[in-house]
Design a protein around this ligand. Sequence first.
Ligand code: MG
Length: 249
Amino acid sequence: MRKFWLMAMAVMALTVGAQEVICHRGYWDTEGSAQNSIRSLVKADSIGAWGSEFDVWMTADGVLVVNHDASYQGVTIETAKWKQLKDMRLKNGEPLPTLDQMLECGKRLTTRLIVEMKPHKNKEQEKEAARRIVKMVKDKGLEDRVEYITFSYAGMKNLKEMAPLGTPVYYLNGELSPAQLAEIDMAGIDYSIKVMREHPQWIDEAHSLGMKVNVWTVNSDRDMEWCINYGVDFITTNAPERLQQKLAP
Ligand code: MG
């Protein structure tokens, strides 16, 4: 019986179209790489990942910096000046990257760029970050290669308003249903595996509203298979090659 349902779900998954792999903070868990590094973006592209995600903060003097945490080596990015950060290195030895450098690298690749704007404490600064991110993406001719994600409700609305019409913007925070996000014209949900296991009905709900579903951070075989069987559109993972093997026909 269980086998029957797994097969039925697999058929459902096939009917919703291709399922894609997104590297979480780039493909970092591999030789010579590091989280949110230029190398991790190149590595994600080299394995043919559909997309590569990275996190963006803005310094007090307006420089967009790629890093996951609010601070790097004890310096809080949103209140720091760029000169305090510019000589810092990542674990793989490369300099702490700016968004400018990340996008320049992205121009030479084909993987999609999944830009996460971090929620800043200073909401005016966050709005300015959104403005500068969207402008930089435009100036580099990458508007059709970029999707935005954020935990910030205000940030999500700002990105939607500032980016060209049709640019996908996804919400990460997990408390809003697809129907609530459809009302404000978001592309879909991008929620944790924990949230999605509690609300599996949101997958069909999103699809019936013409929205997409992205789930993070999907690392175990069990979670990967759950996402595949439920027809999740985009699966964000630290183990992209293992996931690719599972998705291979
Ligand atoms: Mg992120």
